[in-house]
Design a protein around this ligand. Structure first.
Ligand code: FAD
Length: 537
């Protein structure tokens, strides 16, 4: 490949762009990632990642590294106007996706971990201090004008991913300015500290209408404080730190050495209309921005990365046509919208400045705490939108669950007594998963589509039984009993699991051909690489 061309250009070396590049590198795709800054962001922003994000780290072979920079398995306590406990959200006792639901991180450490991960891939090149300055696309590719230490140059790619943040250029170039959504502008004072005395293993949201605030205790003495700024407060320069000192004073002394960052942030709530135009896709804050009250900004960017990377890989490796990329926005946009709405609702309820609304909220929560279902709803964070899509690359979505859902991840028992995580057997591609069917049934599925997709084959037995030996198909048992909940109704069927662990569909073994034909059609006519594309965008 000539020096000025690559397969995928990723613009932005924030967590989303770095995650996209890792997932593409894992698939052997040639990637050029350009980042305007000299390294990773030094200033902390996101403070925690969730179980889906941890599962994605597992998928890109960075789980150990991610675990080293997280504080696993914390929760959040919500307090009322008088400091009374309203709810304690900890997530389900069972780790539905194989990981704890809330895991505080240090943003810079997390980003550095993702950047270091790229050194595993000879096909991925990272250029710091390099900015995208212009962009154009044709039927066959994308041309990016870059400006870096060696001066301006052009690079041609087959696909470009704009992960260039909330003020990014890519979104504007594809006609997405302004992002549409509800205006949600609040100013918050954000203070990140070290050597902090807090030792709670949970975050704290204080719904005090006089001064709504959030405290997130992190790893190794780190702590994040966030305070709503009143409309009549306009601190500038040194006044910002002075205000921070005053507001943090009930918790600790704030000497300058213990302040990593102290700044005033505007929070936005926005979702782009289109996540893809032709061969250009946008992801992360470039596609959606949300207030941090649900802690889902970065997590949503990581979901984008997990969703788009395998699709881009499938298109570039001749497994699917460009139309597959339409499913990226069809799936991710409504889900991101739900996360934005949740963040707004949580802000409106917990961070209200109205004393009347705060009192009403507190009464409802105090009464609700006596109701087990209410308690469970908050304890298990069931208010968070499920990892499920209602449109996109799925066959038989109208047939209901589990199609469209993310497959749960239990520990699985092998015949020789070993216990592993389910995903460790799934690889990075599609999987044919037999549910309570003999392993040879899964091994005997012969539609040519399975070869084109390079599927892995697995059979899982439910109901506390020992797995059988299998040839051409790994057979395991659901050791946690977790899958019975999700797959109890599809015993005897084959599930097709997508590379991002979502259930693409289900069929009975005798319906294999017809089902495979439907999926084949949805994947689109594969591109013939090196010649003009067969499809228009
Ligand atoms: C106070 C606060 C608290 C938060 N807390 C949480 C939380 O607890 N959990 C959570 O999930 N999220 C949280 N978020 C949100 C989270 O920080 C963001 O959603 C996340 O950082 C977005 O990552 P990104 O990679 O999409 O964008 P960014 O991190 O903004 O990265 C974009 C990158 O693109 C680069 N770039 C821009 N333009 C160009 C160009 N033309 N050429 C080359 N490079 C370019 C930039 O330099 C930047 O490095 C929080 C945000 C804030 C502000």
């Amino acid at each position: 490949m000539p020096a000025d061309s690559t397969e995928v250009i990723v613009v932005g070396g924030g967590p989303t762009g770095l995650a996209v590049a890792n997932a593409l590198g894992l698939r052997g795709i040639n990637v050029l990632l350009v980042e305007r800054d000299p390294g990773v962001a030094e200033l902390p922003r996101a403070v925690s990642i969730d179980d889906e994000a941890m599962r994605f780290m597992q998928a890109i072979d960075l789980l150990d590294e991610a675990e080293r920079v997280t504080l696993p398995g914390t929760g959040t306590k919500y307090f009322g106007a008088r400091g009374q406990l309203l709810a304690y959200a900890r997530g389900s006792e069972l780790r539905r996706y194989g990981h704890p639901v809330k895991n505080p991180i240090d943003h810079s450490e997390f980003q550095q971990m993702l950047l270091d991960g790229l050194s595993r891939f000879p096909t991925v090149e990272v250029r710091h201090r390099t900015s995208l300055t212009a962009l154009s696309q044709s039927r066959d590719g994308v041309t990016a004008a870059l400006d870096g230490p060696d001066g301006p140059r052009e690079v041609h790619g087959r696909i470009l991913v704009g992960a260039d943040g909330g003020r990014g250029l890519v979104r504007r170039v594809i006609g997405e300015e302004p992002m549409r959504g509800d205006a949600f502008e609040q100013r918050w004072l954000v203070v990140d500290t070290v050597d902090d005395p807090h030792d709670e293993r949970y975050a704290m949201h204080f719904g005090d209408p006089g001064r709504p605030r959030v405290i997130v205790v992190g790893r190794g003495g780190r702590c994040r404080y966030e305070f709503l700024i009143h409309d009549d407060e306009h601190p500038e320069g040194d006044e910002v730190l002075a205000l921070a000192r005053r507001l943090v004073a009930p918790y600790r002394d704030l000497d300058p050495a213990s302040v990593v960052r102290c700044t005033i942030y505007n929070f936005y709530a926005l979702v782009a209309e289109r996540f893809r135009v032709g061969r250009v896709l946008i992801a992360g804050d470039a596609a959606h921005m949300m207030p941090p009250f649900a802690g889902q900004g970065l997590n949503s960017g990581l979901r984008d990365a997990a969703n788009l990377a395998w699709k881009v890989g499938a298109v570039l490796r001749g497994q699917a046509g460009l139309t597959l990329l339409d499913s990226y926005g069809a799936e991710r946009r409504p889900h991101a919208r739900e996360m934005v709405d949740l963040s707004i609702r949580m802000g409106a309820v917990m961070m209200t400045r109205s004393r009347v609304r705060a009192s009403a909220r507190d009464v409802v929560f105090m009464m609700g705490r006596r109701v087990p279902l209410f308690n469970r709803f908050f304890r298990e964070m069931r208010f968070k939108p499920a990892a499920a899509y209602r449109a996109g690359l799925f066959v038989g979505l109208d047939g209901g669950a589990p199609v469209g859902e993310m497959l749960l991840q239990p520990h699985v028992l092998h015949r020789d007594g070993r216990i592993t995580r389910l995903d460790d057997l799934m690889g990075s591609g599609f999987v044919l998963l037999g549910v309570d069917v003999a392993p040879e049934v899964v091994a005997d599925l012969t539609d040519p589509l399975w070869t084109r997709l390079g599927v892995a084959r697995l059979a899982v037995v439910l109901g506390d039984r020992v797995p059988q030996d299998g040839v051409g198909c790994v057979c395991v048992a659901d050791a946690d009993g977790l899958l019975a909940e999700q797959l109890g109704s599809v015993r005897g069927e084959i599930l097709v699991i997508r590379p991002d662990r979502f259930v693409a569909g289900r069929f009975r073994p005798d319906g294999e051909r017809a089902w495979a034909a439907l999926l084949d059609r949805m994947l689109g006519e594969p591109l013939v690489l090196g010649t003009p594309s067969l499809e228009t965008a």
